[in-house]
Design a protein around this ligand. Structure first.
Ligand code: AMP
Length: 113
């Protein structure tokens, strides 16, 4: 079980900004930008490598729509923001429960290191 599953189950605290039947969003404990939120499916999916092309379409589409809604409600829409899904070792993934980083509030460098 990952730490994110424990946050879903409310076994450990998190600064939750949005929740519905399919997903949960909370502030990153180590923010890399003025706004840094993690958006996760409640379904335990390890990484982008583990998505089911058929049955996970709804939840993945929902995550993208909610990512935008959250960015908008955080006031990031006009200046812009970045969505990131780190995948496995070379992607820099450290928690193996799929998550979208929603980052904004400053100009972000490109390319990432
Ligand atoms: P990644 O490296 O893409 O797997 O991102 C994992 C993210 O989870 C990192 O940005 C961590 O700072 C964040 N993180 C780890 N534990 C927690 C926690 N308990 N609450 C909030 N964010 C966390």
């Amino acid at each position: 079980m990952t730490i994110f599953k424990k946050i879903i189950d409310k076994e450990i605290p998190a600064d939750i900004v949005f929740e519905d039947d399919l997903c949960l969003a909370f502030r990153d404990v180590s923010p890399q930008a003025p706004t840094h939120i993690l958006l996760i499916p409640k379904k335990e999916i390890r990484s982008m490598n583990d998505i089911d092309p058929a049955s996970d379409k709804e939840v993945l589409g929902h995550l993208m729509v909610q990512a935008h809604e959250i960015a908008k409600s955080e006031g990031l829409g006009e200046d812009g923001y970045r969505l990131v899904i780190n995948t496995n070792k070379n992607g820099g993934q450290s928690v193996y429960h799929l998550h979208i980083h929603i980052m904004g509030g400053r100009a972000l460098a490109w390319p990432p290191g």
